[in-house]
Write a protein of this length. Structure first.
Length: 471
């Protein structure tokens, strides 16, 4: 792609800010790991900062966070508003303070940190990702993005570079939606789009989101305090593992997200009639046999339309070996690059479910649990990430990728511009214990992310005083 905001050291905005001249400010990281990476840093960092922002340190922190889990045997499950959430927030806050940030936990349980810019009170460039996980998760999805963000702030703080904006890191408490079945609760709160009706959502034990906030020590009546005003923000950048195979196939460590695919999720219930397993076929209303036909229909319909559909959760009632299933509840996650295409396929699926249920004497009910439109990344911020990748990974034309996975940026886009850096992951595997990243790729990502921030800074006039207290 083209680079709309290639940094220009000669621009009036940056002429008096030598530390932001490029490439002079580049290369605070440890030893070169990628061909084409820029050489010796101009601003030497203290050895402890170089050490704790190295790829090996970030990977060690991923391992440390992975220990906060509700599953045994090294499996990871860490969900919203739990003791594990509280513990990883505290750990992240420690690392944020070490990196020079002031820290707070916002009204929705997101862990935040802030490094002031050249003058206090400036609007903030937010770097972030999430610390919650799916069940049996990997240790990098979301987590690595938070740690990369902290490392970038650490380096910029240690180098004493005055930025024309504040830098904030947000570690979102809920992105995956594992506990309450609704994704992006943390980032929706930050964007000011949290729907108070969601407080009645319940987890698998019947605990409401409202009660979970209270137990966590937060006031569910004051969630709106987590919302950020658009004028308090410069933009949002997120580094994340790719969750797809394309960077690996192209033999590139890093890429740029073009668009985050829109996703809709549904809870579908198929009702039949429970009965003894001796009942003849022509007298049965088998909800599981019907649900099975529906699930394979969903797969073939989505395949034919070229989009992605997943049934990842299914419960059978009464779930006994000698009883015909009377009710089945399952989830559907449907995502596509274009919302119109996705909605058209959903209409086809509901028509087919109706036909299948009629033929089998079953009934069904559908409840939408999530609906996020596709989100395009900002050309301005994409350009900064592109500049970062080009300068550090030596990739003159970084790869553009559609994100088929949802991310916090989808919610944050309601309040400010967003862009994302993708990091190659082995086999494109995520949401699984086999999730894996290579240290040189993490190193390249941290360098590129740092350079993206400095590139944005170089394109932004250095203010003399803030307009107001904006935070
Ligand atoms: Zn994620």
């Amino acid at each position: 792609m083209t680079d709309p905001i290639s940094p220009s050291p000669a621009s009036p905005a940056t002429a008096d800010r030598a530390p932001l001249e490029l490439p002079a400010a580049f290369g605070h990281a440890a030893a070169p790991t990628t061909p084409g990476r820029l050489a010796a840093p101009v601003t030497a960092l203290p050895p402890e900062v170089t050490a704790r922002t190295s790829a090996l340190s970030l990977l060690a922190r991923c391992d440390e966070l992975a220990a906060y889990s509700t599953l045994p045997n090294g499996l990871i499950r860490r969900v919203y508003l739990t003791n594990e959430h509280r513990a990883v927030n505290a750990l992240a806050a420690t690392w944020m303070r070490e990196a020079g940030m002031t820290t707070w936990q916002d009204a929705a349980g997101n862990q935040c940190g802030r490094l002031e810019g050249a003058v206090p009170g400036l609007p903030a460039l937010v770097l972030g990702s999430h610390l919650d996980t799916v069940p049996s998760a990997g240790r990098y999805d979301g987590i690595l993005g938070v740690l990369t963000a902290i490392a970038v702030v650490d380096r910029i703080h240690a180098a004493g570079i005055p930025l024309p904006f504040a830098l904030e890191v947000v570690a979102f408490g809920d992105e995956e939606g594992t506990r309450f079945g609704r994704a992006l609760l943390g980032s929706r709160a930050l964007a000011g789009t949290f729907d108070p009706d969601w407080l009645d959502l319940t987890d698998e034990n019947g605990v409401t989101l409202r009660d979970a906030y209270t137990t966590f020590g937060l006031d569910p009546q004051h969630l709106a305090a987590a919302a950020r005003a658009p004028e308090s923000l410069v933009g949002y950048l997120e580094a994340h593992i790719e969750q797809g195979p394309y960077l690996e196939e192209a033999d590139r460590p890093l890429g740029i997200v073009s668009t985050i695919a829109g996703a809709r999720r549904f809870a579908i219930t198929v009702n039949g009639h429970a009965g003894h397993s001796g009942t003849p076929f022509d007298r049965r209303k088998d909800a599981l046999a019907g649900a099975s036909e529906i699930i394979t229909m969903i797969e073939s319909t989505a395949r034919a339309a070229g989009l992605i559909a997943t049934v990842g959760h299914l419960e059978v009632f009464p779930n006994a070996v000698n009883v015909i299933p009377g009710r089945v509840e399952f989830s559907l996650d449907l995502r596509a690059e274009f919302d119109e295409q996705r909605d058209r396929v959903w209409n086809d699926i509901t028509s087919a479910i109706t036909a299948i249920c009629e033929a089998r004497g079953l009934t069904f009910a559908v409840r939408q649990t999530h609906n996020a439109p596709a989100v395009a990344c900002s050309p301005r911020l994409r350009g900064a990430i592109s500049a970062g990748i080009t300068a550090t990974a030596g990739d003159p034309d970084p790869m553009l990728l559609l994100s088929r996975a949802g991310h916090d940026g989808m919610a944050v886009a309601d309040v400010t511009d967003i862009a994302m850096l993708f990091i190659r992951c082995r086999g494109g595997v995520s949401h699984h214990p086999d999730e894996h990243v290579e240290a040189p790729d993490v190193s390249a990502a941290t360098d590129a992310f740092e350079l993206a921030v400095l590139s944005l800074a170089a394109a932004t006039p250095l203010p003399t005083a803030p307009d107001s207290e904006l935070r």
